[in-house]
Design a protein around this ligand. Structure first.
Ligand code: NAP
Length: 404
């Protein structure tokens, strides 16, 4: 009797941050979830890879060889606390995995399954150095409130020091935080992801530390008062406290390394974290006088709620062209980043048309559509086809989105 093998797409429940990106991306509607896990329907998944690159942690990029007739069921996957080991499977009678499937499996396992690539000159990132089972231990070196005392939200700039533990990161990457304690099912809390807000050489240059930007969550998506597990844990940390860190994650939302590259950055709220990292990287290299423009669109409710507002505004315009979109200023109409993009149409069009421009969008999921419409409009007004340009930007590793 012959037994054929298939590759089954599975999601690592230990690393998954339950952000729903895979489920909303999958064209086959193959991803589903319950309150515990995100899982993949074996029968619906065609391994197209659309979900691979957008996943912030790489939890999505796991594959198992299984007997075609007995893949892991949805119920089994929903019960997992960690991925099962790859079972040793015999292949009989010349059946089993065809070479092209094996090659595809290996490519996918190596994280090459998605459509988005990093800028060609980006430094090769380190990823997954510290898994959930063996997290790095960092100590809090500082916890600074960024928002005004009377602001509607508490956003923190938290500096983590890794001492003698290596934590090599690049601007645009994220780390996972393991909050202590357990959920209502007595299972350890799953990891929460935060973008690194400092450049590769550390929050303090040449120190083994990094910073993250954390907003204290005090209500759920429906506005019901709820204390976010990880954000409240982090915001309450004191200098010297230990934090368990996993990762780093992210291999595409990276900045170009070559002189002459332009950065067009659009962010809302704490989505400013990677933009701060990239801006600070460039600021520290100003003495080199490398060519390349930096333009930033930054949305927040009011100046007092804008992370990094003060330091950013002190940077000269020839170094960074900062465009603030403040949405809740008394007596003024609501302005979003997409409105500011329209207002700066000629300069945005010039940058978009430039072959060395790299676009980064980070923040609220809701901004994606608005920014897309604004780019479309700006392009039309300047004789360009946004859809065609977007395809080229994506193909060249020049368009990067990280929204939740
Ligand atoms: P927020 O304070 O709720 O909003 C920031 C600004 O965006 C406000 O002015 C808001 O206006 C405006 N806004 C709301 N809807 C918009 C839309 N459809 N288009 C454009 N602008 C819009 O932001 P936040 O709570 O900091 O959220 C930031 C997001 O970034 C979160 O989803 C977070 O997960 C994500 N993120 C965070 C990190 C990190 O490391 N912490 C990293 C990457 C991404 P109004 O409220 O006045 O409508």
């Amino acid at each position: 009797m012959s037994a054929t093998l298939a590759r089954q797409h599975v999601i690592d429940p230990e690393v998954c941050i339950r952000c729903n990106t895979c489920e909303s991306t999958c064209p086959q509607k193959a991803v589903t979830h319950d309150e515990r896990n995100y899982v993949v329907h074996f029968d619906l998944c065609n391994a197209c890879g659309a979900c691979i690159s957008p996943c912030p942690t790489g939890a999505i990029d796991h594959w198992r060889q299984v007997p075609s007739a007995a893949p892991y069921s949805i119920a089994e996957q929903l019960s997992w606390d960690s991925l099962p080991e790859q079972a040793a499977l015999a292949v009989h009678d010349g059946g089993g995995m065809p070479p092209e499937v094996l090659a595809a499996t290996q490519a996918a396992s190596a994280g090459q399954g998605g459509a988005v690539s990093a800028p060609w000159s980006a430094q090769t990132p380190q990823v997954n150095l510290y898994p959930v089972a063996a997290p790095a231990i960092a100590r809090v070196a500082g916890n600074l409130r960024l928002t005004d005392a009377d602001a509607s939200c508490d956003i923190r700039h938290i500096v983590l020091d890794f001492g003698a533990t290596a934590m090599p990161v690049l601007e645009g990457q994220s780390i996972g935080i393991l909050p202590p304690g357990a959920n209502a099912d007595h299972r350890p809390h799953y990891i929460r992801l935060y973008s690194i807000a400092s450049p590769r050489d550390g929050e303090r240059p040449n120190y083994n530390n990094l910073s993250i930007t954390v907003k204290r969550v005090t209500e759920d998506h429906a506005g019901k008062p709820t204390l976010g597990v990880c954000s409240n844990y982090l915001c309450d940390l004191k200098a010297g406290d230990e934090v368990r860190v996993v990762g780093p994650y992210g291999s595409t939302f990276l900045m170009p390394n070559h002189p002459g590259a332009n950065l067009l950055m659009i962010c809302t709220g704490t989505g400013s974290a990677p933009m701060r990292a990239m801006t600070e990287r460039r600021r520290r290299r100003r003495a080199l006088k490398e060519p390349g423009e930096t333009m930033l669109f930054f949305g927040a409710r009011a100046p007092g709620e804008l992370p990094y507002f003060g330091p950013l505004m002190k940077l000269p315009k020839e170094f960074i062209d900062v465009n603030l979109a403040l949405s809740r200023m008394p007596g003024e109409s609501r302005r979003y980043v997409q409105d500011r993009i329209r207002e700066r149409g000629p300069d945005v069009a010039r940058l978009l048309a430039h072959a060395e421009t790299y676009v980064y969008i980070c923040g609220l999921k809701g901004m994606e559509l608005g920014v897309d419409a604004a780019f479309d409009e700006v392009c039309r007004e300047h004789g360009m086809d946004w859809r065609e340009l977007l395809a080229r930007l994506r193909q060249g590793g020049r368009f990067h989105v990280e929204t939740y």
